[in-house]
Design a protein around this ligand. Structure first.
Ligand SMILES: NC(=O)C1=CN([C@@H]2O[C@H](COP(=O)(O)OP(=O)(O)OC[C@H]3O[C@@H](n4cnc5c(N)ncnc54)[C@H](O)[C@@H]3O)[C@@H](O)[C@H]2O)C=CC1
Ligand SMILES: O=C(O)C(=O)COP(=O)(O)O
Length: 587
């Protein structure tokens, strides 16, 4: 199987990229498509568990590429049991994807797809630790949520739900249900992202004065819609209506509470189509009872479904709907296709849109960095194999030498691949861009990065990469630099990642197959001797190069081999009298 970028060396790895704005949770630039490059699957069809109702178009798309198990209303135990047989899981807001789910998957779960926006029901930290990509469908239900917000706003202002219930109960109560007008009133939109800005646009159409608070929103977007960006304080204290459109995070949890209600205009009306947890529900009840809040319209609740006899749901001044914001035919079909494409793309190693727990590398950068990504991993892999067993790797320094300005070179991918190369050979942990930093930290490996700015043409993104490991002993003493660190350096030559320095010795060997490094007393005929030993054993030599300090002194010979030589062959090489030390390294 090949990826559109043909990153064959990454097939066994899983590599995820997305924009910084998608990290950690909310996104700001939702008009631009984010791109992620993800895994390549193994043989056979992957299995996808769809744990909540998904639009048929999405199911049909999934079925073309995977075995699809649609099992709804699973208990936590049932989900944990099933998950060990699944490569991907698709949920909406009703399924908690906690740490137990990732633990139970025993490494098989590669992607969690959230068919919607809010990922507060997915334990992102656990997903990241387990190297599982989380993707969502951030755009297809925006309009539906905004329309529901407006529906609740207008229904609340005119007591539509209460009046409807009363007329159905045989009453005709015209004076009881006198409402309030929207025109000319101030609406504060908290959270000016996708949904918030669509709500603002529609509210402007209703003749409302719209203000918004969002520390991350671009002022020009607000200006374009005729909305004023204000502080939180101004928003809550001057609004007649407040509409919530924030993600639920540690910072937004219970953002509306006794203290903030006390600073609001008496008689304020509140709409929540975001997440129940953004409001302290007990405090809202108190504010409703005391008259600070005249009415509330709630689509979302801290606990869903809310407990029977929930006082907010039953409150006369509350209009409630059961988390219907995204529930239009159109939005559900759109979300289903959006998430199915993201999950299938992720499983197939194609470029796909949207990821929430990985940093973004745009596709054009990826394309350019492709050979350097391979180089970075191989240098990490080589360097760690030069460490004497038991030394314990804790301090790694990666140097990128480039003529580009540091702002023009995104090294996150390279750093992740160095970590992958370093750690995978010495552990059973599966590493990708999602969990590389986490795994390094867990293992106590401190990675520092250094940029060396070179003069010259910035045509190539990187001149060379050096990986150094400090505080260790080496099984190949010649790999040590002057300062006693293991040091390997590589370059991309005509598109091919190559090893160009080991310790103080310059070499030149393409990083394919495996490498034998020998230190010898520099003398004629050495290449022939080693070459013929390998030839006798049918080991194909792809490259040989000798780097010496000075003629007649010590030299390091680097030999690229396609297959792993037998122990006897390696011993024969070691027995050559001029060879002082040698090491076999698998790439
Ligand atoms: N009821 C429903 O069925 C639906 C609910 N939603 C929810 O609506 C909310 C908004 O969704 P989108 O607009 O798609 O997300 P978004 O990510 O586009 O927008 C969220 C905005 O909140 C802002 N924000 C974050 N922290 C903030 C803070 N402390 N103060 C002020 N602003 C802050 C962000 O900068 C961002 O602009 C989410 O909670 C989402 O889960 C979305 C769709 C359907
Ligand atoms: O997309 C969101 O954030 C939503 O709240 C929609 O949730 P749902 O997919 O309808 O369970």
């Amino acid at each position: 199987m090949s990826t559109p970028l043909g990153l064959s060396s990454l097939f066994s790895s899983r590599l995820y990229t997305t924009t910084p704005s998608a990290f950690p949770i909310h996104r700001k630039e939702f008009n631009r498509r984010r791109i992620i490059l993800v895994t390549a699957g193994g043989g056979g069809k992957p299995t996808i568990l769809v744990a909540e109702k998904l639009g048929q178009a999405g199911i049909d798309l999934l079925k073309k590429h995977a075995n699809v198990d649609c099992s709804y209303d699973l208990s936590v135990e049932e989900l944990c049991t099933k998950i060990s047989l699944c490569d991907a899981l698709i949920v909406r807001s009703g399924t908690k994807v906690g740490r137990d789910v990732f633990e139970s998957s025993r490494g098989r779960l590669k992607v969690v797809g959230r068919a919607g926006v809010g990922i507060d029901n997915v334990d992102l930290a656990a997903a990241t630790e387990y190297g599982c990509l989380v993707v969502n469908a951030p755009t297809a239900n925006t309009v539906a949520a905004a329309e529901h917000g407006i529906a609740l706003l207008t229904a609340m202002a005119r007591n539509v739900a209460q009046a409807d219930a009363s007329i159905k109960a045989g009453k005709w109560m015209r004076s009881k249900y006198v409402g309030v007008s929207l025109v000319g009133k101030t609406l504060a939109v908290l959270g000016f992202g996708k949904v918030g800005s669509e709500v603002a646009r529609r509210a402007r159409g209703l003749g409302m004065h719209v203000i918004t608070h969002d520390p991350y929103a671009p002022a020009d977007r607000a200006r374009a819609i005729g909305v004023e960006l204000v502080s939180f304080e101004v928003a809550i204290s001057t609004a007649d209506f407040i509409s919530l459109h924030l993600p639920l995070t540690a910072a937004t949890s219970k953002m509306l509470n006794d203290e903030t209600f006390a600073r609001m205009k008496r008689g304020v009306r509140i709409v929540n189509v975001a997440r129940g947890g953004v409001i302290d529900e007990e405090a809202l009840l108190r504010a409703l009872d005391s008259g600070i809040v005249a009415q509330a319209a709630l689509d979302v609740f801290t606990v869903e479904p809310p407990v029977k006899d929930n006082k907010l749901v039953l409150h006369e001044s509350v209009t409630a709907t059961p988390h219907l914001g995204a529930s239009t035919m159109e939005a559900q079909e759109g979300v289903a296709v959006e998430i199915a494409e993201a999950v299938v793309g992720a499983l197939r190693g194609e470029l796909a849109a949207t990821a929430v727990n990985a940093p973004m590398v745009p596709p054009e950068v990826l394309r350019e960095l492709k050979p350097y990504v391979v180089l970075a991993e191989k240098l990490g892999r080589l360097a760690v194999q030069l460490v004497t067993g038991g030394s314990g790797v804790d301090a790694v320094k990666v140097t990128y030498a480039s003529s580009r300005s540091p702002d023009d070179l995104d090294t996150r991918l390279l750093r992740a691949m160095v970590i992958k190369g370093l750690i995978e050979p010495i552990s059973s942990v599966f590493i990708n861009l999602v969990n590389s930093d986490y795994v390094a930290k867990q293992r106590g490996v401190k990675i520092s990065e250094e940029r060396m700015v070179l003069d010259g043409s910035p045509e190539d993104p990187i001149e060379y990469i050096t990986v150094r490991i400090a505080n260790v002993e080496s099984r190949f003493a010649s790999a040590l630099s002057e300062s006693g660190e293991i040091k390997v350096e590589g370059r991309v030559k005509q598109g091919v990642p190559s090893l160009t320095k080991v310790g103080l010795f310059g070499v030149d060997v393409s990083l394919e197959g495996s490498v034998i490094l020998c230190r010898q007393v520099d003398q004629p005929g050495m290449i022939g001797k080693v070459g013929s030993i390998l030839g006798d054993e049918n080991v194909n030599v792809s490259f040989m190069s000798v780097g010496r300090i000075a003629p007649g002194k010590q030299a390091v010979m680097a030999i690229g081999v396609d297959e792993q030589p037998s122990k006897e062959t390696l011993k024969k090489i070691g027995d050559i009298s001029a060879i002082e030390e040698f090491v076999f390294l698998k790439l």
